[in-house]
Design a protein around this ligand. Structure first.
Ligand SMILES: [Zn+2]
Length: 135
């Protein structure tokens, strides 16, 4: 019978914990953000350097997809059920879009940071070592 690998000495916070608390993906104590969406340079609790983080437009894509489906679905349902005037549609759906987008973008960015940290995801690189012996 083979032995299972040694469990890590520390447990990482779950990605959902990091998303909801906006905390460090390694220790779960320090803050991840210094502003609404700008990241702190490092964790003040464990010192993890956040320079590896590159979520690019991933959080915006998921916010746009989720909010778009919800708002368009609700707008269609309200139109076919109640047939309100167009100005009421504009007020309701622009407002809901802004509120949902602002509420979701920060947790989704923290979630993507946590997943990037735990899966060690990084930019792809070409192997340009030409002096290596042929296989
Ligand atoms: Zn930390």
């Amino acid at each position: 019978m083979t032995q299972s690998p040694t469990p890590p000495t520390t447990t990482l916070p779950t990605p959902m914990t990091v998303a909801l608390k906006g905390c460090c993906p390694r220790c779960g104590e320090g803050r991840l953000f210094k502003g609404f969406l700008s990241l702190a340079p490092r964790c003040e609790a464990c010192g993890l350097d956040y320079s590896f983080i590159d979520t690019a437009d991933g959080p915006a894509f998921f916010v746009m997809s989720f909010v778009g489906i919800v708002v368009v679905g609700l707008a269609l349902w309200v139109e076919f059920t109640y047939t309100p005037p167009i100005w009421l549609h504009l007020v309701m759906w622009f407002g809901l879009t802004a509120i949902l987008s602002l509420a979701l973008v920060r947790p989704l960015k923290a979630l993507m940071v946590s997943l990037q940290f735990q899966n060690k995801a990084e930019q792809g690189r070409l192997d340009t070592d030409r002096d290596r012996e042929p296989r």
